[in-house]
Ligand binder design. Sequence first.
Ligand SMILES: [Zn+2]
Length: 310
Amino acid sequence: MDRLAAVSVDLDTLPHYFRIQGLDERQVDAQARALVSKVAIDRYLELFDGRPATFFAIGEDLADPQMGAGLRAAHRAKVEIASHSFSHDYGLSRLRPARIAEDLRAAHEAIFTAVGVAPVGFRAPGYTLSPALLQAVAALGYAYDSSTFPATPYYSAKALVMGALKVLGRPSRAVLDTPRVLFAPRVPYRPDPLAPYSLGKARLLELPVSVAPRTRLPFIGTLVTRLPWPVVKATYRALAQDRLINFELHAIDVLDESDGVPAVLARQQRDLKVPVREKLKRLKEVFGWLWSDGEPVTLAEASKRLAPAL
Ligand SMILES: [Zn+2]
């Protein structure tokens, strides 16, 4: 089996975490706002060392000129720049179709203007799809969507945290997906435009974020940087039969509190307490596994290779 190893990073900047945690984003100072564009992108490019990977950029964050410069540097280093929506609205999937199309088009244009290359892939904020959202992605002519995240532990944890925040009177702006996502395929498929988590005949491919069979434990950055090492190894081994590994990370997986993350956020987002040196060491090790067991590819390239057989 010629295995494909796709590493992708959602470049969510800190204000988006304040929103999802129900915190006031005006507490994010200029230095903290620039941590992703100035620090995280460089750390990832160093880890990739010229290998292809994918960044999912948020259109709105391109108001910071440093973000545009970071994405151009990434593009020169063979990193694909895909769309992670314009406003990163966690309720995007529930908006009217015209509003969804407007948001996606704005993101598309912002990325094209900044990088000079049009994106061909999309990942939804909060991994939440709807028929209207998937159809809007398809209408842009994209080759793939990579939002499906059929992870049971993630789904239950998210439901729990959202419930707790509500009890605390600090409702989160996140949106809980339909439980149908838990029955979505774990491996690449052609979705049904009317039911994105089911098999269908769409022209674009759905490339789910990798989760282990049976346990449905997600093989993502937070698992790699936070869970005991034997769990990381076992989760990776469980994916041995998959043609594509779609390893999803976030920009904050290479940041920690000492980089200047506001303490109020680090208290809520516990992975920011893990020292960055430890995180980088673990990620380097895992990237090493991926790239020795498979060919490093962008998600765009993965969709091209997989499409004929699906
Ligand atoms: Zn995001």
